[in-house]
Design a protein around this ligand. Structure first.
Ligand SMILES: [Zn+2]
Length: 352
């Protein structure tokens, strides 16, 4: 089979990532073999190629988000059969430890991100790949492979943030920071699914328009120094003093203002810190206002199932920037590094 392989680390993906012929993986009794039709890019693919911040197994195949059909099933597989249309759940967890059996598989003692920490030669940028049955979710016939691969990781992450962590309720006022990002665009749609009013921020006019086009009611430029005052004015125009939920992944440059914008009893959920992690917190807001500061990483398999159900109903629409033929897949890594995109970049391993 063809696979995108690198055998050494490099800051320049074009120097090391090559399409090679490698053996089709052999599956264990608890695994399925997936014929990969579409695979999407994530930032951890770049970390793998760079060998920073951690060294991953090489030779390596990246790719933690795929959709395709089941080509073979192991002898212990119970629910899946050859020909089923599926999407991957990249969080490999033991299903035995305390965290796993408490419903927090993403905190598993033995957690590995498939396609990033796995290997050698075990990831999604290949014509075939293998996964445990528990890491595969069936998709409806009306969901395309490209849509499934585009939405799986960002969809599950956003769902976990808003539904799993903040317990979003209908009618709340929700501030989605960085709404034109992968997680942000799904976050806007999930908040609208709950009939919430959504204020979204973005870094320029074009990105603000993108937020409005996927459903945000208001858009604000968070690169302007008084962005938080603009959010406050919108809250007041709606008869509220602040927001009920802040969906956050920007970090230090906006965090203190976000905390100030929260209503009494409001929740901030964070899944990243692009602009820096060593922020400050005015503790008076924490105790006087009884706010909740929540963290989130990835999500559960069940949350991915929920997302795929709403995708099949047309309520969450994946946003795709570019689909690359597999022979040109390395361009996707370069686009990720340059951050010149709206939505997900995909490649199609069966179409060279
Ligand atoms: Zn575990």
């Amino acid at each position: 089979m063809k696979a995108a392989v690198f055998r050494e680390y490099s800051k320049d993906p074009t120097k090391v990532v090559k399409i090679e012929d490698v053996d089709v993986p052999k599956i264990k009794p608890t695994e399925v073999l997936i014929k990969v039709e579409s695979a999407s890019y994530n930032y951890n693919d770049l970390w793998a190629i760079w060998g920073e911040p951690i060294k991953i197994p090489i030779p390596h195949i990246s790719g933690s988000d795929v959709a395709g059909t089941i080509a073979e099933v192991g002898s212990d597989i119970r629910k899946l059969k050859v020909g089923d249309r599926v999407v991957s759940h990249s969080n490999l967890s033991c299903r035995v430890c305390y965290q796993c059996t408490s419903g927090r598989e993403y905190d598993c003692d033995n957690r590995l991100v498939w396609g990033f920490q796995t290997g050698p030669l075990w990831g999604g940028f290949a014509q075939y790949t293998q996964l445990p049955e528990v890491n595969v979710v069936k998709i409806a016939n009306n969901v395309s492979f490209d849509d499934a691969a585009a939405v799986s990781m960002v969809g599950m992450t956003s769902w976990h943030m808003l539904v799993g962590r903040t317990k979003i309720k209908p009618g709340q006022l929700v501030l989605i920071m960085g709404g034109s990002s992968g997680v942000g665009m799904v976050g806007i749609q999930i908040a609208k699914l709950y009939n919430c009013t959504v204020i979204s921020t973005a870094g320029n006019k074009e990105k603000m328009d993108k937020c409005l086009s996927v459903g945000a009611d208001f858009a604000v430029n968070h690169r302007e120094p008084d962005w938080n005052k603009k959010v406050r004015e919108i809250c007041k125009s709606l008869g509220k003093s602040g927001v009920d939920i802040v969906f956050e992944h920007i970090g230090k440059s906006v965090f203190p203002q976000e905390v100030q914008l929260l209503n009494y009893g409001g929740s901030l959920v964070s899944t990243g810190a692009t602009t820096g992690y060593d922020s400050t917190l005015d503790l008076r807001h924490l105790f006087f206002k009884g706010i909740n500061l929540l963290g989130a990483t990835q999500g559960t398999r069940a949350e991915l199932e929920d997302v795929m159900m709403w995708v099949s109903k047309g309520k969450i629409k994946p946003v795709i920037d570019t689909i690359l033929p597999f022979s040109e897949m390395v361009k996707g890594h370069v686009m990720m590094a340059e951050a010149q995109k709206f939505g997900k970049i995909l490649t199609t391993p069966q179409k060279l």
